[in-house]
Design a protein around this ligand. Sequence first.
Ligand code: SME
Length: 155
Amino acid sequence: MAEELIISAGSKEEKYRELVPQVKAVVETETDLIANMANVASMLHETFGFWWTGFYRVVDGELVLGPFQGPLACTRIKKGKGVCGTAWERGATVIVPDVDAFPGHIACSSLSRSEIVVPIKRNGEVIAVLDIDSKDLATFDEVDKKYLEEVVKVL
Ligand code: SME
């Protein structure tokens, strides 16, 4: 596997285009999902300098905190609760440009201003979500959605 992440200074889309094959290279040499989630969280976090980047896994009917980069986070989220539980319930990516305007947003960090949550599915069932928080408003758009959905498919 690649020993070091190499991303040149470019647009967000260019960074994602460089990142995706490197994620594939890392993940295809390892079968353990948690190990792969840990490296994917690191690669996304380092590339974009997000505030919080990580995973929640569905365990016994709840989302439970998995590998992440960033500050301390809440450990359990119920289906339908917060942005993560909403993405799980809908089985679809949720983009929140302003977390204060999202009813039921769970503020793990008071500095989070915008968020994207991408569900990870196996045989049509959500088994985990990728959650990314930014300290800026409206950080995430359709470009993030497209490439992050591609990233989680690799897992
Ligand atoms: N804000 C999330 C909770 C998880 S943290 O952001 C790490 C939510 O509303 O589901």
